[in-house]
Design a protein around this ligand. Sequence first.
Ligand code: SF4
Length: 387
Amino acid sequence: MDAIRTPAIDYDTCLGPNPDVPVYGKLSRRELLKFCAGIAATMGLSSAAGVRMAEAAISPDRPPVIWLHGQECTGCTESLLRSYHPTIEALLLDVISLDYHDTLCVGAGKQALDYKHAMMEKHKGKYVLVTEGGTPMKDGGIYCKVGGKTQAELVREGAAGAAAVIAIGSCASWGGIQSADPNPTGAVGTHEVIPGKLVINVPGCPPSPYNFLSTVLYLLTFKRPPALDQLNRPKFAYGRLIHENCERRPHFDAGRFALEFGDEGHRQGFCLYKIGCKGPETFANCPAIGFGDVGFGSWPVGTGHPCFGCTEKATAFRKPLHALATVKTLTPPTAFPQVDAAKGQGVSIGAAATVGVVGGLVVGAGAMLLKQMSDKPKATDAPNKGA
Ligand code: SF4
């Protein structure tokens, strides 16, 4: 295949050379174009934008990425390591130039830190700083230190020469699990450490690696951040409620709920709202793109666990798992449930209408929808009538 970049392996990164690491692969031109076209489509951009992204990714002038770790479990990096289309080695060397990563670094100690400083100096004003993990601020920030410096100092140092800053994961976005009450270390998100500097938040526990890669590729290509919401999250990934695209949504609209783990409703794949699903108040594209590259249904709700709202600052690690979500909108479903599906599990249609509505107009719309669904279908009814 015609390689777009010859594998003259650029070991000028902290990730090599290492005799124990197999020789890195490379993306063919076709694979890179396909990947970037997919990324562009995810962001609602044209295929021409995908071509521009591919060109930006192979440009020798593409800015490197410097990746710091704070208070967290390394799950966001694990999520990136589990990407297979393309594989991590292709991502590191052919798509984004990940020049320094606290965890994946082959070197250690002073050697690694010296390398990081050299990269930050060499690419001053051009590199993308990625922060993973929260930053403790209590007691002078002593609860997370690397090389004798607090995480707060490291973030400020890295951000000073960065062209852009991305906070990956819920911990870097707003403190994460360590910031849960009573927040013993005073953990905060990156944007609170460097006020005045734009921090693009890509929250999730973990976030989809493709949301992160899409954001980096957009920055490389268009030299500006993608459209952001009020929490500085890219709208292409966090613009819609999970509840709007959930595959269990027809059960919500029809009033079919799991009432406890393992009950008949749970076994039948009914809606998880009654056991604490936060999908109705959580903005993310999890149901659309899934996790782990294994296809449709590979996300928490798809596997039977309620969404816990990890992409929402006010929900994750703050609202109890069993608490009911606030239903923000009652939008028409994209598909009606089968009218002859099993009923009698969970709450009644009337109760579903009560929990599923948020205002007078919506009450009416919701009641009409639920009534429609409970009516016997006429022989002439199309299965998706009104959808
Ligand atoms: Fe899906 Fe949760 Fe909404 Fe039910 S409440 S439809 S499980 S997102």
